[in-house]
Ligand binder design. Structure first.
Ligand SMILES: Nc1ncnc2c1ncn2[C@@H]1O[C@H](COP(=O)(O)OP(=O)(O)OP(=O)(O)O)[C@@H](O)[C@H]1O
Ligand SMILES: [Mg+2]
Length: 237
């Protein structure tokens, strides 16, 4: 589905990612682990087409075999790629209802969309007033992450990167969010969780675990790899 080939990226002449190659398949769940500052969020930004990063000429991002390296983020989103943010941005004057209406007006009529948003908000225990307020403006950390989960569930992307959907989220909310995502997203979607949370891994049961350290993909493997990191940290890798 999405193949990364020899991804090397820099910003302001500083190399952040170094020769990363990996293929993600549809219907699978992935975890990306790694120390702080190792390049995980940068990888997510680059997959979505953030303009600040310069990619090496030899780097390729293939979506079902087609190189999407020069596509803008909106074009990538239309193909079915999406992400949630480690630090969700505030949108003054735009509520989540407004945002989803403009994103999904061709997919659902106004009433059907309203009902879908209400149902998702209920499952996530999101208070009604948050749906009409400016998105993330004065929201608590956990409220922001719940709204990220709600948006992804309605957009139903084919490939999603969740950048620390767990941070700032209490234990009950983490369970609510992960079970909700499992239930709501299409079975054929590829889900990629960037996380530091062993609890999230327990709920999401990734098929594959990737470890990024100093901008390099230093290890990949099954769930046992996450268990070994939980026990021994990253220093052995
Ligand atoms: N626009 C930028 N300008 C300069 N340096 C940047 C920029 N964006 C990212 N970096 C640097 O790239 C490195 C990787 O950052 P990134 O946010 O990808 O780390 P991370 O693995 O997501 O860490 P964390 O687990 O703390 O979220 C960091 O040293 C960061 O300071
Ligand atoms: Mg990060």
């Amino acid at each position: 589905m999405l193949s990364i080939e020899h991804l090397t990226a820099s910003v302001a002449k500083k190399r952040i990612l170094d020769d990363i190659s990996y293929s993600f398949d549809s219907g699978k769940t992935y975890a990306i682990l790694g120390p702080n500052g190792s390049g995980k969020s940068t990888l997510a930004s680059i997959i979505m087409g953030h303009p600040d990063f310069t990619l090496a000429r030899t780097s390729k991002l293939l979506w079902n075999g087609k190189n999407i390296k020069s596509l803008s983020p909106d074009k990538r989103a239309l193909l079915g790629l999406s992400m949630t943010f480690q630090n969700p941005l505030t949108l003054s004057g735009v509520s989540v209802r407004d945002l989803l209406r403009s994103a999904l007006e061709k997919k659902y009529d106004v009433f059907a969309l309203y009902q879908k948003i209400q149902a998702a908000a209920k499952s996530l225990h999101i208070k009604d007033e948050l749906l009409s307020r400016s998105l993330n403006d004065g929201f608590s950390g956990g409220e922001k992450k719940k709204l990220e989960a709600l948006q992804i569930a309605l957009i139903e992307p084919k490939f999603v990167l969740f950048d620390e959907i767990d941070t700032g989220v209490d234990v009950d909310a983490l369970k609510t969010i992960t079970l909700f995502l499992k239930r709501s997203l299409p079975k054929e979607s590829a889900l990629v969780f960037i996380t530091h949370s062993a609890k999230l891994l327990k709920y999401m049961r990734p098929d594959e675990v990737l470890v990024i350290k100093n901008g390099r993909l230093v290890a990949s493997g099954g769930p046992a790899l996450a268990a070994a990191i939980e026990k021994n940290g990253f220093s052995d890798l």
